[in-house]
Design a protein around this ligand. Structure first.
Ligand SMILES: Cc1ncc(C[n+]2csc(CCOP(=O)(O)OP(=O)(O)O)c2C)c(N)n1
Ligand SMILES: [Mg+2]
Length: 432
């Protein structure tokens, strides 16, 4: 999480927005309108995935040019040296923590499966880094890096997957489905794809009723963005000007379905036009691009400007979860994106291009992270499993379990001064 407000706050690459949010040009004919979606990528991969029928069913083939050179990292408009290195550090911790989780799974210590954000670390870490302490985050399963940025420790994820007694859900869930609504402003992931969006719009509305504009960040996949809940949530946020920062993790696959079979628009950021909000495209493997777009969206939310949709283009570099070997993905696609690894390219940027880290300093940073992770792993492995008796706790109503404390204060606006007590019979009659 970023501690201080960064320079350049308030600037926006989204340009002047029309009533419909996205930048609008009026064409030469008065009845013609065109809309612009800013695209910050330094390359636009020119390939397509198509389904082909085979004797045993179907498979996927890729066509187009996969030989283009790897683009450089785009300099951030807002991040300084220290902040850039800090984001890199979170990304490496995210990657190495997931490698440790995979090893724990292979050692038979994990209860259930493991989900990975391999290749998506820049999207998770740089986006969450753009949030202020008072903002809220709702990660999805691939955003374990966002949880680290928001103050959770690797031990939390490790104990969660091993269903340990000291895990955030005390052994009741075997994935990263946990949050912390009291200290870290993190809402737990919801399995039903899209449902986090209206929930987060509600969090922003709650803050609005208390007289504050906050940013509420969440994520949705290229598959999940087609759900009705996504539409309802973004539309509600748009109409109410709520500070939802929605990152579409456009990672080319939804389980085994390629994005070509998920939607017909060219880019998912175009959906923003229909919602009447700004939409922007970034290279999801470039942490600086992700940060800049997220920062501008967060600043916009703080100004009460409403939601922003950020499409982060990248590739899911593993299967859906550890049980899925992703054999359906054409191999050249993996090779193409492996060359665009967000961490290797960021290391090159920091050490070779900017020279903000010497090779020795970089080695030290990696060594420190590895030692820290090993300590976390030891602690998680050695912590106890829940007792059998603890299973009945938290199931039925207990003292205090229905107590929902207001997070900040009572509503300040839009609420009548009526004294507490039952509504008048006239009011009840009205609704009959
Ligand atoms: C409403 C809903 N439909 C189906 C599922 C089952 N499901 C879980 S993950 C997934 C694929 C998601 O793909 P995408 O949204 O692209 O995210 P990715 O896994 O690529 O990050 C599906 C179909 C679900 N959880 N919720
Ligand atoms: Mg996907």
């Amino acid at each position: 999480m970023k501690k201080n407000k960064s320079k350049g706050a308030g600037r926006s690459s989204l340009g002047p927005s029309s009533k419909n949010g996205s930048r609008r040009n009026v064409g030469s004919l008065p009845q013609q309108r065109t809309y612009e979606i800013p695209d910050h990528r330094l390359e636009k991969p020119p390939f397509r995935v198509a389904q082909v029928q085979t004797a045993v069913g179907c498979s996927y083939e890729i066509s187009g040019d996969l030989s283009s050179p790897v683009p450089p990292i785009r300099d951030s408009k807002y991040l300084n040296r220290t902040e850039t290195i800090e984001i890199y550090r979170w990304m490496v911790l995210n990657r190495k923590m997931e490698q440790a989780l995979e090893n724990l799974y292979k050692q038979g210590k994990v209860v259930g499966g493991v989900y990975f954000g391999l290749g998506q670390e820049a999207c998770s870490c740089a986006s969450a880094y753009a949030l202020g302490e008072q903002d809220w985050l709702a990660p999805m399963i691939r955003n374990q890096g966002s949880l680290l940025v928001r103050g959770f420790q690797p031990r939390d994820m490790m104990m969660q997957y091993m269903a340990k007694a000291d895990s955030p859900t005390k052994g009741r869930d075997g994935t990263s489905h946990f949050g912390d609504i009291y200290q870290r402003n993190v809402v737990s992931p919801i399995s039903m794809l899209g449902d986090l969006i209206p929930v987060m719009a509600g969090v922003a509305l709650g803050a609005r009723l208390q007289g504050r504009n906050i940013a509420v960040m969440t994520y949705i996949g290229d598959g999940g963005q087609s759900t009705g809940a996504t539409y309802e949530g973004v539309n509600f946020a748009a109409v109410q000007s709520l500070g939802v920062v929605l990152l579409i993790e456009s990672n080319l696959w939804a389980y085994s379905t390629p994005s070509e079979m998920q939607y017909r628009v060219q880019d998912l950021a175009e959906r923003a036009i229909g919602y009447g909000i700004p939409g922007v495209i970034v290279d999801g493997t470039d942490a600086c691009q992700v940060y800049d777009a997220a920062h501008e969206a967060v600043e916009r939310a703080h100004r009460g400007g409403g939601p922003t949709l950020i499409e982060a283009k990248m590739m899911r570099m593993k299967g859906h979860a550890i049980h899925d070997s992703a054999d359906y993905v054409p191999k050249p696609l993996f090779e193409y994106w492996r060359k665009r690894d967000p961490i290797a390219r960021f290391e090159h940027y920091l050490v070779e291009v900017k020279k903000w880290l010497s090779p020795e300093e970089h080695q030290r940073l990696i060594g420190e992270l590895e030692a820290y992770l090993e300590q976390e792993r030891e602690l998680a492995v050695n912590s106890p499993m829940p007792t059998a008796e603890s299973a009945e706790g938290g199931v039925y109503c207990e003292a205090g379990c229905h107590e929902i404390r207001p997070k900040y204060a009572a509503p300040k606006s839009g609420v009548s001064k009526r004294a507490p007590g039952p509504r008048s019979p006239e009011g009840a009659l009205h609704f009959k």
